[in-house]
Design a protein around this ligand. Structure first.
Ligand code: HEM
Length: 272
């Protein structure tokens, strides 16, 4: 009888000890883990996982585009939820080779990508009912996004990680976000990011500049941004039209993205 009592008391402890230990690689993924109420399973995250703020307290295994397997394995996870952004690609093979269940979370730069991510993460963490609820909530937010085009040209600037200022071309999250808000990417004709050039900026004639809060900081403030070559010769530069965003909210294509897209659209609608 006494043994049975001890067992009954110990059972929940044993169950929690056996619970999956999860490392989330990608800020988009971490937001969804919290959205599903599964954060107790998290034992680590990458540097872009800065939302919700308490996620920053988890051990950081490094920047999603520059990871190493040792940092991830040292947290002894059972599951790694891996964004498409993870680099170098050998890291995940290495982690999987150590008996870790590596689950690729689909990427994509359209609002529909959010639903796919929630579905995969909910299934991986056994949160089916919570997943269904969250998917419905996201679907309702996506349903109210603007469907009409607004002819405003947006230039997204990236300035971080010690790089010079870069501009977003096609096949970037920035391009996807601009289009999802019914606007046009001012930079056309190339994929990924490119160094900012005076000719490129003048030719692109943006109506609005979008940059992250950290980006503005890394430039030493908004005054410096307006001195970037060519900007003064564009509508955005002449009217000082700037939207400072939380990059992971707008570009993560996760739970905060629908609201960030609405904010971008609203700003574009207020342009002269
Ligand atoms: C070690 C410091 C970092 C370095 C060297 C770095 C490097 C880069 C590079 C090279 C790109 C361009 C990728 C491409 O061509 O597709 C990029 C994009 C990006 N990075 Fe970082 N980064 C750093 C830190 C961060 C941090 C801390 C965050 C977020 C908290 C972040 C968020 C982003 C975002 C949102 C993009 C844009 C993705 C897109 O529009 O497709 N980065 N980074």
């Amino acid at each position: 009888m006494k043994k049975l009592l001890i067992l009954l008391v110990a059972l929940p402890l044993m169950a929690s000890a056996a619970a999956e230990k999860v490392v989330a690689l990608g800020g988009d993924i971490t937001e969804i883990v919290y959205g599903l109420g599964a954060q107790a399973q998290l034992v680590g995250r990458d540097t872009t996982s800065n939302w919700p703020p308490e996620a920053s307290k988890l051990p950081d295994v490094g920047y999603v585009r520059q990871l190493n397997a040792e940092g991830i394995l040292s947290l002894r996870p059972n599951i790694v939820l891996a964004s498409e952004q993870v680099q170098p690609s050998t890291v995940l093979q290495n982690v999987a080779g150590n008996n870790v269940n590596v689950i690729p979370v689909p990427g994509g730069y359209t609002p529909a990508a959010i639903d796919n991510k929630v579905a995969v993460i909910a299934a991986a963490l056994g949160k089916t009912a919570e997943g269904e609820q969250l998917r419905q909530k996201v679907a309702a937010q996506i349903a109210v996004l603007p469907k009409t085009a607004l002819h405003k040209r947006v230039l997204f600037l990236l300035s971080h990680g010690g790089m010079g200022t870069m501009v977003a071309g096609q096949e970037t999250a920035a391009d996807g976000a601009i289009r999802a808000a019914g606007l046009q990417n001012a930079m056309q004709g190339f994929a990924h990011y490119r160094g900012l050039s005076q000719e490129g900026v003048i030719a692109s004639q943006p109506d609005l500049i979008v940059i992250s809060a950290d980006g503005v900081k890394s430039m030493g403030g908004e005054e410096n941004l307006w001195t970037l070559p060519g900007l003064a010769q564009t509508p955005a530069g002449r009217h000082k039209q700037l939207l400072i965003v939380d990059d992971m909210a707008l570009l993560g294509f996760s739970l905060r993205t629908p609201q960030a897209l609405l904010d971008l659209r609203k700003k574009a609608q207020q342009l002269p």
